[in-house]
Structures are given as C-alpha cells and as structure tokens.
Design a protein around this ligand. Structure first.
Ligand code: PLP
Length: 399
C-alpha cells in the first residue's frame, strides 16, 4: 500500500483523537526513521522522549526476542525473574525502595495519587485529602491523571473530575504555600515540565517545596515520565537538585518502546501505603517488559549514557543559542540536557511541518515551543544536520 492509501484507511478506522502529520513511518535505524515511501527522517522526537536508544539497537532487540521465545506474560499472582531484576535496577538508579510497574505513564500517575492518599489515610484516618498540582502541567489522560493536569481545555468536557485538587503556579513557591492546609497530602509536579513548554524546575522552587513537604509530612511526588531515564544528564531529573521525592513516576524511555511505566516510593511511604487489595494490574510488570527495562538500564549504565547526554546536550545548547541569536522570531531557549525548547513568535506547527518535508522530525510543546527530545544516543553530526535544516526553515520567516 502507498502512504496515501494507509492514511485514508487510518482516518476511516481510527478514532479521530489526533491530527496526525501526513507521514506513515515504517522502520528505523540508528537515529533515523523511514516512511513507507522510503523517505528518511532525522528523529529529534524519539516517539515523544521514548526511544532513548534510537532504533535497531541489536543488544536490546535480542533481549526482547529471547524473552518472546521464553515467556511473554504470566500475571502478578506469581513471581517472574525479569521483573525482579528490573525492579532492582530501577531502585538502584533512583535510590527509591519500592516499585510498582504499570503499562503507561498515566497509570503510574494514578498509582502515585492512590499511594499518597492511602499514606495520608493510614496516618490520620481521614478520607478528604487534597493534592496540590501545577498550572500548565501534564500528567496523562485518564480521569485521575487528568484531574491533576493543569489545563482547562483538556479537563472541561470530562468534569466533574477528582475533587480536592488545587493548582499552584509552577516555580512560584509562595503560590504553593498559599494552598497548603491540614488536608494537603501531596504536592505533585514534573521536575521539568514537558508538554507545557519545557520549563525546568528552578532550584529554589523544588528545594523550597521539598523543605515544605518535610516540615508538614506532605509527600513530594515528582513526575519523571518525560524527563527521567538519563534525559537531563542524570538518571532522574531531580538528581540535578538537592532533593529526593517521596514518590516518583517514570514511563516513556523506561522500556524504550515497550509500553511500561512505574511508580516508586520510599520505604517510609510504603509502610503506610498500598497493601494487598488496594491496587493491581493484569499486564503491569510482566516478563516481557521486565526484560526490556532490565536491558535498557544495563545498556545505559554500561554506555555511561548520562555522561554522553551531558556532553552532547551542551553542544545542542550552543547550536540552538546560535539560532536564537540569529533570528528575532526565536524568543527564548529553555531546557536541560536533551530536553530543550525554542519558543518562537511564528506558527510553531508550521515549522514542524516544514521540517518534516525536509526530513527532520521535531515536535512542539505548549502553543509556541519547538521541542527537542532526541534519542539520547545522538552525536554532534546529528545536531549539526538538525540545526542546518532548522536554520533554513527559520530563515524563511525573515522579513
Ligand atoms: C507522557 C506523559 C505522561 C503520560 O504518559 P502516557 O504513557 O502517555 O500515559 C505523564 N506525565 C508526563 C510528564 C508525560 O510527559
């Protein structure tokens, strides 16, 4: 089938919840994707910060194939070796104590919310606890995750949502303090806001919230679903600051393409939180995803991926600064590690579409930000290639 036919079929059959780009992707190699017409694309989106190892990593693929030949799924009624290993590795990398594997980021958020509510319930016997989340945040599309997503446009048609959620301004400690009361059980935010437009937490903010949480026995929940797994130059973005969450969520690059997420907590939280009967999942943490997660950690650690990210992201930073300095319609450059954004004053969706025509995949965030979340294995030559294409596009807007 040619790509036109694929797209027509898709628009007839799939629920129209996305306005997709007019490209049918078929295969990938290294940091390039290929469509059904054989056209090649340099990938600076990585399936939305998922494919950290790029495409066609043989060691990773062989580990998956081997597990497929052994056992795909059992259930959480039994133990299985691959997920036990995966749990050890994610614990070691994060310094957290307990992990629950999910199938997605949104489910990790659901679990984190339940874990925090149960902790508070065990502590004081009340069932009316509140959570403070942030405006312009994104935590997923299920009703719990949507309830803590500070975006009216996403929320409105699905109200009433979860009660007891209050929204503060990200990076505004006073706005958080103003919402704290005796019912507050958790404060939740992304260590680096992704969908909202690439805003890293400021040091004073995250450390101030952590101190506030400690003082009042409120749980700090950090959403590392997009910024975690090495993307910021540390395995988890909060490791760039002097804080540690009580609960954290991870997904996206955790399985590098195999659908898996997790929420983790410290022992102190776990002792007063979810027990048998409180939470569960059929697929979550099955042997197949266990093999994927284990191999992802193994490769990232052996290849010292965080060091590579530190180096290559400094190069990306320098090159994007050059573009910002060159064009007046590039308003701001933000980010950390391989999670960077350029805020532009020209239509950002249009830039993204033009890039695609020129063989570059780059996505948007917020309403006016070009988002760069490439595979973590990119090299200087790829940054150069990307910037050259982007330079050409940005030049078109000069008057
Ligand atoms: C993508 C994302 C989610 C939701 O993850 P899904 O796997 O799409 O359910 C939650 N939080 C953040 C920060 C994300 O980037």
């Amino acid at each position: 089938m040619n790509s036109m036919t694929y797209m027509e079929e898709a628009e007839k059959a799939l629920l129209h919840t996305y306005n997709r780009y007019g490209v049918v992707l078929e295969s990938g190699k290294d940091v390039y994707l290929y469509d059904t017409e054989g056209k090649k694309y340099l990938d600076f989106a990585a399936g939305i910060a998922v494919c950290a190892l790029g495409y066609g990593n043989e060691e990773y693929e062989n580990a998956l194939k081997e597990q497929v030949g052994k056992l795909l799924h059992t259930s959480n009624l039994y133990y299985n070796p691959p997920i036990i290993k995966a749990a050890e590795l994610v614990k070691k990398a994060s310094g957290m104590d307990r992990v629950f594997f999910t199938n997605s980021g949104t489910e990790a958020i659901e679990g984190a919310i339940k874990a925090a509510k149960k902790y508070a319930y065990t502590r004081d016997g009340h069932a009316d606890h509140e959570i403070i989340a942030m405006h312009h945040s994104f935590h997923g599309r299920s009703l719990g995750a949507l309830s803590v997503t500070g975006n009216k446009h996403y929320q409105e048609p699905f109200e009433p949502l979860l009660g007891g959620i209050r929204f503060a301004e990200f990076n505004n400690l006073e706005s958080v303090k103003a919402l704290v009361n005796e019912k507050t059980c958790a404060i939740l935010f992304e260590t680096v806001q992704g969908e909202g437009g690439i805003y890293p937490a400021e040091k004073e903010f995250i450390e101030g919230v952590a101190a506030l949480c400690k003082e009042k026995d409120i749980l700090l929940i950090l959403d590392e679903i997009q910024c975690g797994m090495g993307r910021t130059g540390e395995m988890f973005a909060w490791q760039n600051y002097g804080v540690k969450p009580d609960i954290m969520t991870v997904a996206k690059a955790l399985g590098c393409g195999v659908p898996v997420g997790a929420f983790l907590m410290t022992e102190r939280v776990a002792e007063k939180s979810l027990v048998p009967g409180d939470h569960g999942t059929t697929y979550g943490g099955n042997p197949f995803v266990g093999a994927a997660v284990s191999k992802v950690f193994e490769i990232m650690e052996r290849e010292n991926i965080t060091e590579h990210v530190k180096e290559i992201s400094a190069y990306l930073w320098k090159k994007l600064e050059e573009l910002k300095d060159k064009y007046a319609h590039v308003v701001e450059h933000r980010g950390i590690g391989l999670m960077q954004g350029l805020q532009v004053s020209v239509p950002v969706g249009e830039i993204s579409k033009k890039a695609l025509e020129k063989g570059l995949i780059v996505i948007t965030a917020g309403s006016d930000v070009l988002r760069f979340v490439p595979p973590l294995v990119i090299k200087e030559e790829h940054v150069d290639e990307m910037c050259e294409i982007l330079d050409g596009i940005l030049a078109e807007y000069e008057r």
